[in-house]
Design a protein around this ligand. Structure first.
Ligand code: NAD
Length: 458
């Protein structure tokens, strides 16, 4: 079976390489020529753990192009994985999708072809894609194609494990197309499927559940799943705020409530809140869809506002101890929105740096992988680059831990703090667990540190 993937970003690349690894002939198509040239040369445009190794293993089955005419006619499956970023009014921008669908339509072959929507799209988009194809498809192609919604649930940083050992595969559509999709995914659904050794099988994992629904329900599943996860994090953060008021410890509290199987321990980490390209975008898209029907969604609105409050809180905690930030040197550790990715979209660190600069501080930032990307994507910010976490802390008055990279978790904080001028730490990811033996002020989210003591130099 021939597969074409339109859009070779975080989702498209992972999908292309995964399907090629399963043995299909896969063509990755992107209109970004530079990206395609890089991929032909074996260079990945994104950082994702383990992806380079899988690319090498799957490369005999992979082809790259920027031309629709080279990728669409022979494809049995055409996966659409283009971006759907948010518009200022909260609705997703479907311009990339529309352009991709029109280009696909012009090169459909007339044989049975399945257009698989993997991009996260508003409810009803599958039907709209079908109508757009009908309008723009070459005459001979009509009626031999079908649209299926196959939402993606991978997380950046663990994309390979999530793709090769998914919890569920959602197929929204009807008739022959979903049947063929089931056949495409058959290798993953077989009980004894083994991914390569560098992609660990989750403990207790057996096989993915297959969820077959209508197009509309599949689209709804994707948005509601992301909005629920966003809500869960905001819930933990709201409880963390109350923990600070009453003197409870959010670590103890979430551990205690998460052990209830109905709740679960995951996505209860209090901190600077969610970021990235999906949670904010998808939650506001769901709210906007509600609005289109005159339906208010107060729970989701609250999740969004708690998340925004968490980001302000981090700067407020810094101000509490340093008072004036003007002229202060602040280290920001971590720029990516989460560890193990170079994705900077809606990263809390961006807001921290912007606000610190606005308040007159000098920012020194460090991230293990995202700094080259930040150079091109964060042209609106002024900050100094450090070559290591240690270098960022040198002479700093304060440090914000913005991303929970393993490197920051495992560093010797007592040693690292010694190179600072003042030792105010806002650990916005609650990763510092070792007792601080040097005098310092440690602020975490939902945790009280009555014994930290340090008077900042004026
Ligand atoms: P991305 O921005 O990383 O990649 C999109 C790619 O599409 C880019 O390489 C771009 O050049 C290409 N592109 C855009 N328009 C094109 C066109 N007309 N023709 C050919 N190529 C085109 O986006 P992403 O993070 O991979 O997300 C893709 C979709 O998947 C979005 O709808 C997103 O919401 C959804 N999603 C993302 C994640 C995630 O973790 N990133 C997870 C699940 C779902």
């Amino acid at each position: 079976m021939n597969v074409t993937i339109v859009g070779t970003g975080y989702v498209g690349l992972g999908t292309a390489i995964m399907l090629a690894y399963l043995g299909y002939q896969v063509t990755g198509l992107d209109y970004d020529e530079e990206k395609i040239q890089g991929l032909r040369d074996g260079i990945l445009p994104i950082y994702e753990p383990g992806l380079a190794e899988l690319l090498t293993a799957a490369s005999p089955n992979l082809h790259w192009t920027s031309r629709y005419e080279d990728a669409i006619p022979q494809a049995d499956f055409i996966f659409v994985c283009v971006g759907t970023p948010p518009l200022p009014d909260g609705h997703p921008n479907l311009a990339y999708l529309e352009s991709a669908v029109r280009s696909i339509a012009q090169h459909l072959d007339g044989k049975p072809q399945i257009i698989v929507n993997k991009s996260t799209v508003p409810i009803g988009t599958g039907d709209w894609v079908m109508r757009t194809l009908e309008e723009h498809a070459a005459l001979y192609a009509t009626s031999h194609y079908e649209v299926v919604s196959n939402p993606e649930f991978l997380r950046e940083g663990t994309a390979l494990g999530d793709s090769l050992y998914p919890d569920r595969i959602v197929l929204g559509g009807s008739g022959w197309a979903t049947e063929r999709m089931r056949a495409l995914y058959a290798p993953l659904i077989e009980q004894n499927f083994e991914a390569p050794a560098h992609v660990p099988r989750p403990r207790g994992y057996e096989r993915p559940a297959l969820v077959e629904t209508t197009l509309t329900s599949a689209e709804m599943i994707k948005y509601s799943a992301n909005a629920f996860l966003a809500l869960k994090i905001s819930y933990a953060n709201e409880i963390a705020g109350l923990c600070e008021c009453v003197g409870a410890d959010i670590h103890e509290v979430t551990a205690g409530i998460g052990l209830d199987h109905r709740i679960g321990t995951r996505f209860l980490a209090a901190g600077a809140g969610w970021g990235g390209s999906c949670f904010g975008k998808d939650t506001s898209a769901l709210i906007s869809t509600g609005q289109d029907y005159g339906y208010n969604m107060p729970i989701l609105r609250a999740a969004m506002s708690v998340n925004a409050r968490q980001r302000s809180l981090v700067i407020e905690k810094l101000q509490k101890h340093l008072r004036l930030l003007k002229g202060k040197r602040v280290a920001v550790l971590g720029m990516a929105f989460k560890p193990d990715t170079d994705d900077l979209r809606d990263a809390p660190a961006h807001d921290f740096i912007a606000r610190l600069c606005q308040l007159g501080a000098t920012v020194v930032a460090y991230d293990p992988v995202a700094m080259p990307r930040a150079r091109t994507e964060w042209g609106d910010l002024h900050y100094l680059e450090a070559t290591s976490a240690h270098a960022a802390l040198e002479g700093a008055d304060a440090v914000i831990v913005a991303t929970e990279w393993a490197e920051f978790r495992s560093m010797n904080w007592n040693e690292a703090l010694c190179v600072m001028r003042n030792r105010v730490i806002v650990d916005a990811r609650n990763i510092i667990r070792e007792p601080l033996t040097v005098p310092a002020i440690l602020e975490q989210i939902g945790r009280d540190h009555p014994h930290s003591s340090f008077l900042p130099a004026s």
